[in-house]
Every structure is written in C-alpha cells, then in structure tokens.
Design a protein around this ligand. Structure first.
Ligand SMILES: [Zn+2]
Length: 323
C-alpha cells in the first residue's frame, strides 16, 4: 500500500451501514487502518445476545442498552483517537439516505436486511460511490464488490430481493467466525479502493461456508445491459415506494418509523412512568408494558419487542408515544 496509499486512507471517508457482527468488524479494522472518517449508521441498541459476535460491545453496553452506533464510537475512540468517528443512531431510509451517505467515498454493507441493501445499491449507483455487499447467516456468507460504472451492481445479479421469509441471524443463528471472514474480504476490497488500487479488487462473487469448509468464488457476472438500476437508472428504493413499518429480523420485534419527529425523552419518561417500568438515558428510553418492551429513540423511532404484528406495534406506539 505504501506511504501514498496510507495517506489516501487518512483522507478517506467511509459509511458503515449497520453495526452488528459485520459492521463492528468493518469499523474496528478501518479505524486501526487509519481511515480518516468513519460514519457509523445503526438503528438498534446493544443486547446481551449480540455479544457472541459483535466485536466492539461489552456487558456494560448491553446492561445500559446503549445504541450500537454510540457504543461503537466509544470503543473506536479508544482504538484510534486521530480519526473522526460519527455515530448516527438512525435507520437508513429514502428520506435520510442522501444526508447520511453524503461525502462517503465508499459504503460498507453491514445490514441485516435486503430492504436496506437495495436502498444502498440505488444510492451508490446513482451517486457512483463504490459499495461492498456482504452477508452472513448460519455458517455461510457471501461477498461481492459493486463499483458503479465498472462492475455489475446488486440488481444486475439479483434483480429483486428474495421473496418470502429468509433465515436470519436471529432465527437461524450465525457463527461469529463467518462474519469476520466475510467482513475481512469486504474490508480488503475497501482498503484496495481507498488506497488507489481499485483495479486490483477481485471482480468475484465469493461464497464461503466455514462449517463445511466449502469455498466458491466465481467471476462476478457481467453488467446487465437491461439492469433497471445501473443501466436504466431507476431507483425505486431511493424514491421511497418500498418503505413501511418493518418487522425486524424475525426476532419478535417490530420497528416503527414514522416521519422524523424528535421526542423529548425526559418528558416522555415522566409520563410513561405512570403506566409501566421506564428506564431512560440520553439516547433512548425503555418502557415495559404488559408483555411488550418498547425502546424509543430520540428521533421518534421505536422498536417494539413482544410482537411480530405491525398493527399491534403501531397501536402501542400511538397509545404511549403519540402520532
Ligand atoms: Zn445493475
């Protein structure tokens, strides 16, 4: 990489979308590599069952139910104090994608859902920003680089998200070792691009199963001249037609994300204390009511645990938060 490559890293800006098993690895590796600016975007908070695989978090973070972006930034500042770390406690949506991803030289995929991946692909192709697709579940994972104008994009290879329910890290589990392996391939491609060696990024679609040892790497499919995204330049995920309150990662929880409407957490905590158990810090409020657990963030978003019904979650939100 050399001195010139290292200097380029110091000038570079990377957005990490999702800071779970993959994203914590991306962030730690890039902070140690000296990438100048890291924006960490995550909508969730640290839970005990994350600690098995999410490298930057510890028991204190889970105890405090800290937002992952905040906990990650704290840990990373102890790793490298000379870089800029920008935690964003937010769900990446069509509304905020341009703000949150602005100025990124590269985007790393640490998400756990296709909705967000197709949104990232739309944004990256539209703005000609490289991104590295990566996913892992069970003992299996997949990696593919997307260099707009050069390689196939996600929709050239997978025109539409998979139909029906998919196994997720919550329902099927995930072995921590596959996440580091996939994260490592993603970060390597990122370092190649950021240091000025984009031509050397392997144009390959790689799948690995760490349990069986099966490793398959094929030449990345060519660009599809009919691709709705990179050929016809249609960006439906970015234009927002697909977004609704989402069922989170199959783990008996629903996220409610209405219009961005900041919430005064201190005032809300005082109000809700009449109805159930409340715990709040400056980033989020946790409210236990009946068999449900609501976590409400300062941006007005909420995650309701204890149901997979969007309607139930929506009505709890209306009842206790408003809107
Ligand atoms: Zn395409």
């Amino acid at each position: 990489m050399g001195v010139a490559g290292q200097q380029r890293l110091a000038q570079a800006s990377v957005a990490i979308v999702g800071c779970g098993a993959l994203g914590t690895y991306h962030a730690a590796a890039l902070a140690r590599a000296g990438v100048g600016r890291l924006r960490i975007i995550d909508r969730d908070y640290v839970e005990w069952n994350n600690l098995q695989r999410q490298w930057l978090y510890d028991e204190t973070d889970a105890e405090e139910a800290l937002p992952k972006a905040v906990a990650a930034a704290r840990a990373l500042r102890r790793v490298n104090s000379s870089i800029i770390i920008e935690p964003e406690v937010a769900d990446l949506t069509p509304r905020n994608a341009a703000d949150l991803l602005e100025d990124a030289d590269l985007i790393l995929d640490g998400t756990d859902n296709f909705e967000t991946r197709y949104l990232v692909n739309d944004y990256a192709v539209q703005q000609r920003v490289p991104w590295i697709y990566g996913a892992a579940v069970g003992s299996y994972g997949i990696v593919m680089p997307v260099l707009p104008g050069d390689t196939a994009c996600l929709r050239c290879v997978y025109p539409d998200p998979p139909a029906g329910t998919q196994p997720t890290c919550e329902t099927a589990g995930v072995l921590a070792t596959i996440t580091t392996l996939i994260g490592s391939l993603q970060v390597t491609a990122a370092l190649q691009i950021l240091s000025g060696h984009a031509d050397q990024v392997p144009r390959r679609l790689t799948t690995i199963d760490v349990w069986t040892g099966a490793l398959r790497s094929i030449a990345q499919p060519a660009r599809d001249s009919d691709c709705p995204c990179c050929a016809k330049r249609q960006f439906p995920w970015l234009e927002g037609g697909h977004r609704a309150p989402i069922s989170l990662c199959g783990r008996n929880a629903v996220q409610i994300h209405l219009q961005d409407r900041p919430v005064d957490l201190t005032a809300l905590a005082a109000t809700l204390a009449e109805f159930g158990s409340v715990r709040a810090n400056e980033f989020a409020l946790r409210f236990l009511i009946d068999s449900y657990e609501m976590t409400i963030f300062a941006d007005g978003r909420a995650i309701v645990k204890g149901t997979t019904e969007p309607g139930v979650a929506r009505s709890l939100y209306a009842k206790y938060v408003g809107g």
